[in-house]
Design a protein around this ligand. Structure first.
Ligand code: SF4
Ligand code: SF4
Length: 155
């Protein structure tokens, strides 16, 4: 399956990927100003830029082949689509127990406590766009969306 890969050598740590992830998952996906000024609470970014010194890169869910989060989820909210391979959290079923956060080897799930407590993670912009918003909006092509030989098993 296609996944998002970081090209650390091109990342300048501008965090535009985080910004555009927020916008894509807001009620105003086509209006960055409204997404930031009108929506309260604002969605969490599902991509996180890690930074140390001159090194920075964007990190998000690896959509593992044998996703530990789906096996650990106590309600079945976290699921891997058998056709596309995309791992998503069905927020209506999520009870905010954070078990998935404990088992994710990549630290790719965040606690969203802005309303009903739910686990928040990358959904590859499924149902929003063909190209994940982080990839589409990175000014340096520091994120690519492609299929690679490697298998991401349990992380
Ligand atoms: S938008 Fe691109 S360059 Fe900016 S932080 Fe994200 S990955 Fe790095
Ligand atoms: S274990 Fe973490 S990286 Fe793997 S599919 Fe689940 S959330 Fe994504």
């Amino acid at each position: 399956m296609k996944r998002v890969y970081a090209r650390e050598e091109y990342c300048v740590g501008c965090r535009l990927c985080e910004i555009h992830c927020i916008v894509a998952h807001s009620n105003y996906p086509d209006n960055i100003v409204k997404a930031f000024k009108k929506q309260k609470p604002r969605p969490l970014p599902r991509v996180t830029v890690e930074e140390k010194g001159e090194v920075s890169f964007a990190l998000q869910c690896r959509h593992c082949e044998e996703a530990p989060c789906t096996k650990a989820c106590i309600t079945g909210a976290m699921q891997k689509d058998p056709v596309t391979g995309v791992v998503t959290n069905e927020e209506e079923r999520c009870v905010g127990c954070w078990t998935c956060i404990l088992v994710c080897p990549h630290g790719a799930i965040r606690r969203d406590e802005s309303g009903k407590k739910v686990a928040s993670k990358c959904d590859l912009c499924s149902g929003i766009d063909d190209l994940p918003a982080c990839v589409k909006n990175c000014p340096n092509e520091a994120l690519v969306y492609e299929e690679r030989e490697e298998q991401v098993k349990a992380g």
